[in-house]
Design a protein around this ligand. Structure first.
Ligand SMILES: [Zn+2]
Length: 385
């Protein structure tokens, strides 16, 4: 049976807390990392109904997407609404963990699960995050010392690329130099031109490891004055980022895509609504789990014919669909909860795969979308023009 700390390590590996927005509040809200977890529950929100479900299923961990305590608090008294929830969890032996904006931008993240659910393929981030900045180190070393130098540079953090470490590229050549008066050359004599068979070693260096790698180079390189270059590399857009854009298997009328979204997303009272010509064809579709309205311009620039997200507002929506003489991007507005709930199933599947049968992983089916009623107007929207 894993400890809470083991499960947190897995989640932090997928949803690095360093990726969270500065205003966000992610990670462990309550619970003892040393205690073991037999059962856990995943939910979008930590609200009375999901906390009750955590307790009634004898789960020791509630993982949610939304932070319980997004606005800072200085205490959790039990006569405060949120404080009472924290008390209930601690008394019930329940730990609470949050992965929010760090899960939004992860690869795969919240919007990947949404895009998968509605059948989009060939996904790419709508607003890509640049990968971690790195330098390229080029160093020349006598060939007999090259492997030892690569080992030392790798130990200091150079040469890590994805799931590989100690990555280096080498080529052999001839180095030449003349030691001047006062030099103490490892090879050669003062005043005489020397030629040495050297290896040019190239390795990537994360910017944060610059000093450590250069120190390691000086410590291991046999020369008094090692020749090296540290070149700043341009960051490239990575696989992580906010929102996703992808393609449907075939172009379909907006009306059909909206019906498909309503049928495949978790059911809510409000269902799914759209702005735009119901008959227009859509194939390239952008999505963003949660409130993605601010990404509409990125979606349009990415060539999206429709943008599926939540919490869209009147004025930006009018502007988006009326631009280019009424041929703008269609907007598809689902319940905030319904756009994020697919992520729970994706995380549950990954947890089951990683943790095996050591933990029972459940997904809450409780609809925590706050809207409980929806009455279509007597005159249908067909009259709107
Ligand atoms: Zn959200």
């Amino acid at each position: 049976m894993p400890r809470l700390a083991d499960i947190i390590a897995v989640l932090d590996g997928w949803f690095d807390p360093r990726w969270a927005e500065s205003w966000d509040a992610v990670g462990l809200v309550c619970g003892d990392p040393a205690e073991s977890v037999e059962r856990l529950l995943l939910a979008v929100d930590a609200v009375p109904s999901t906390i009750r479900e955590t307790l009634s299923t004898s789960s020791q961990l509630l993982i949610t997407h939304h932070p319980l305590l997004l606005t800072p608090v200085h205490g959790v008294p039990a006569d405060d609404a949120k404080g009472a929830l924290v008390h209930r969890m601690i008394r019930g032996g329940v730990a609470h963990f949050v992965a929010h904006t760090n899960a939004d931008v992860a690869d795969p993240g919240v919007s990947d699960a949404l895009a998968d659910r509605v059948g989009l393929q060939a996904l790419r981030p709508l607003e890509p995050h640049a990968d971690e900045p790195f330098d390229k180190l080029v160093v020349y070393v006598p060939t007999s010392d090259a492997q030892r130098l690569i080992d030392a540079l790798a130990a200091a953090g150079a040469g890590a690329i994805g799931a590989y470490d100690r990555c280096a590229w080498t080529v052999e050549g001839i180095g030449t130099f003349r030691p001047r008066l006062g030099a103490q050359p490892t090879i050669g004599r003062v005043g005489e031109i020397e030629q040495v068979v050297e290896t040019r070693v190239e390795m990537v260096v994360p910017v944060g490891r610059r000093r450590a790698v250069v120190d390691a180079l000086h410590a291991v390189h046999p020369y008094e004055e090692p020749a090296f270059d540290l070149l700043a590399a341009r960051p490239v857009p990575g696989r992580r980022g906010t929102g996703r854009v992808g393609e449907l298997a075939r172009a379909v009328p907006l009306r059909e895509f909206v019906a498909h979204a309503a049928a495949t997303l978790p059911a809510t009272v409000g269902g799914v609504r759209a702005a735009g010509d119901p008959e227009r064809l859509v194939r390239t579709v952008a999505v963003c789990g949660g409130s993605g309205g601010s990404l509409a311009e990125d979606a349009r620039r990415a060539g999206a014919e429709a943008f599926l997200t939540a919490d869209l507002k009147h004025h930006p929506a009018v502007e988006a669909v009326t631009e280019r003489g009424g041929d703008g991007m269609a907007l598809v507005d689902a319940a905030h909860w319904a756009t994020e709930a697919p992520w729970l199933d994706a995380v549950a599947a990954r947890l089951r795969e990683t943790l095996g049968t050591t933990v029972e992983v459940r997904v809450s089916r409780r609809v925590t979308d706050p809207w409980t009623l929806h009455a279509p107007s007597p005159e249908s929207s067909e009259t709107t023009e």
